[in-house]
Design a protein around this ligand. Structure first.
Ligand code: NOJ
Length: 565
């Protein structure tokens, strides 16, 4: 690393350059992702729920995050961990009631935490009344027109209407049996077969979703995360896709794909933005949009569309100074001209836990199978994950922390086959184990499962391993060197450093394998991803480090926050 180019000018730009959102809370907020089934179990049935979340909110306020994003909490048969919604206007009975949701929102607000919920518009559950009505009503009906039903190709319509693949393996089409018992039309499902895709050109779908947005905005949520946003548009005529050599969901690499990132989708977001803008307060849309390159992503972030987006290229980057520096630069270069703050994220309910991924030979993750099966050195992974946390939280803009990352939880790669619930496992014929390993319930206290996630004696919906006593909140709270205390200190410092939110990033000259960035005169962050310890600049004071700094030397796979001279 040898140049000193400023990568971003100060973000304290005139309001015109921020789409009128200068000072809005979400521009530099750190949001904690709650996967409600695995956060805390309030009623003792082994499943996380909203009373459990309510009780855990003070922990999150104390951690120092600014808000929470709650993965889907709606009624759902749980064919895809709640992303198969059977009623967008209610709460899953397993999680509680609408009154519990209101209580979570109110308590979060009392504690100064914002609340973002997860809306899943691309598809419904196959148990949603809209889909059941579509099956019952038959071909050509208004009910079927809500979804993507088509006749099959070939003699007798026995072949799927096109070659599209599902994210979870296999064809994206499933044939139905019509009311007269004969094989009938096919419906499209980009994800599990229990998740039929809606047709976003259909006025009934548009009108019903307006009501869904209003329902939750009226209840006081501060934001909506839009699941699988690029999936919602499909090319007219549903033509075959050209997947090249790899028929896998590599959406960061796809260009001109007929079922992903099709431009018609933007009309929907403009419509939604008009709705959100009628509400008081800074309500925010966050796009889950894994698309090919920053220019494509920028379209979702135009001033009349979404406010913010997850930064997948950053999350999926290898633990490598060059790779990280280029993704940071590319992010800032694409966001700055449109006045949108970047976000940074290291993990989620869809990804291998960071300490496990970073302890493997393959540290990048374009697709969930990348690196799967490789041995992981958890000590190494943990060192790197600690440094990565300091790097991420030193960057300008917002950040997301997936529950359990603040405890340094490893992925549970040896869950027995019979407990796996991710549709990926079954649909791939067992070749992909899927995402259950990062969704194991959190350990709160105690020596053995269920570690106070549930009352003693309860079995949790995914089994927790023995040995997780070292990761409990109770244990880590008392250990000054724990991952929890590193996150806590970093989050509090980030909040307390005067003026940090108002300054952009500038790279300092650094040796190969070392990242050295400065946020004005407020914060400097040095990350050592080289193969030898590096000397920290002498004219600085160490505010926080991910590993012990002896005689001013920063060890390998470590990061330090410094007060600039
Ligand atoms: C993205 C979500 O994060 C993932 O968990 C889900 O399986 C798909 N979208 C489908 O809704």
């Amino acid at each position: 690393m040898t140049d000193t180019l400023p990568s971003a000018s100060p973000s304290a730009s005139p309001d015109a350059a921020t789409g009128g959102s200068a000072g809005a809370w979400w521009r530099d907020a750190v949001i904690y992702q709650v996967y409600p089934r695995s956060f805390a179990d309030g009623n003792g049935d082994g499943e996380g729920d909203l009373p459990g979340l309510l009780e855990g909110l003070p922990y999150l306020a104390d951690l120092g995050v600014d808000g929470i994003w709650i993965s889907p909490w709606f009624p759902s048969p749980m064919a895809d961990g709640g992303y198969d919604v059977s009623d967008f206007l209610d709460i899953h009975p397993m999680f509680g009631t609408l009154a519990d949701a209101d209580a979570v929102i109110a308590r979060a607000h009392e504690l100064g935490l914002k609340v973002i919920i997860d809306v899943v518009p691309n598809h419904t559950s196959d148990q949603h009344p809209w889909f059941r009505a579509a099956l019952a009503a038959g071909p050509g009906s208004r009910e079927r027109a809500r979804y993507l039903f088509r006749d099959g190709r070939g003699p007798g319509g026995d072949e799927p209407p096109n070659n599209w693949i599902s994210c979870f393996g296999g064809s994206a089409w499933e044939r139905v049996t019509e009311a007269d018992g004969r094989p009938g039309q096919w419906f499209m499902h980009m994800f599990a077969l229990e998740q039929p895709d809606l047709d976003w050109t259909n006025p009934d779908v548009l009108a019903d979703f307006d009501d869904v947005l209003r329902f939750w905005l009226d209840r006081g949520v501060d934001g909506l995360r839009i699941d699988a946003a690029p999936a919602m548009g499909k090319a007219a005529g549903l033509p075959d896709a050209d997947y090249g050599d790899v028929a896998e969901f590599r959406t960061l690499e796809w260009t001109d794909n007929p079922h992903w990132d099709v431009d018609t989708v933007h009309e929907v977001f403009r419509r939604w933005r008009r709705i959100a803008d009628t509400y008081e307060g800074d309500r925010v849309f966050v796009a889950e949009a894994v698309v090919n390159g920053p220019e494509r992503l920028a379209k979702y972030l135009r001033p009349d569309e979404m406010h913010s987006a997850f930064n997948f290229p950053y999350m999926k980057s290898a633990w490598d100074a060059g790779a990280l520096r280029s993704v940071i630069d590319a992010t800032l270069a694409s966001y700055e001209p449109i006045g949108v703050p970047s976000t940074w994220v290291l993990s989620s309910h869809d990804e291998t836990r960071l300490v496990t991924r970073y302890g493997r030979r393959t540290t990048s993750s374009v697709f969930i199978t990348d690196g799967a099966g490789e041995e992981s050195d958890l000590e190494l992974g943990t060192r790197r994950a600690r440094a990565a946390a300091l790097l991420m939280l030193a960057l300008p803009g917002g950040a997301y922390v997936y529950q359990g990352e603040e405890l340094g939880l490893p992925n549970v790669d040896d869950l027995p086959d019979e407990v796996l619930q991710d549709p990926m496992f079954a649909r791939s014929g067992g070749t992909m184990r899927g995402r259950d390993g990062c969704r194991v319930p959190l350990p709160w206290a105690g020596e053995h499962p269920p570690y106070a996630f549930s009352p003693a004696g309860a079995s949790t919906w995914l089994p927790q391993p023995e040995g997780w006593d070292r990761y409990t909140v109770e244990r880590e709270r008392d250990d000054p060197g724990s991952m929890l205390n590193l996150y806590r200190e970093a989050l509090h410092l980030r909040r307390d450093l005067p003026g940090l939110g108002a300054v952009g990033l500038r790279w300092r000259e650094s040796a190969d394998g070392v990242l050295d960035l400065e946020r004005g005169s407020v914060l400097r962050c040095v990350v050592n991803i080289s193969s030898a310890p590096v000397a920290l600049p002498g004219d600085t004071q160490v505010l926080l480090a991910s590993a012990p700094v002896d005689a001013g030397m920063l060890p390998v796979d470590a990061a330090a926050w410094l007060r600039p001279a």
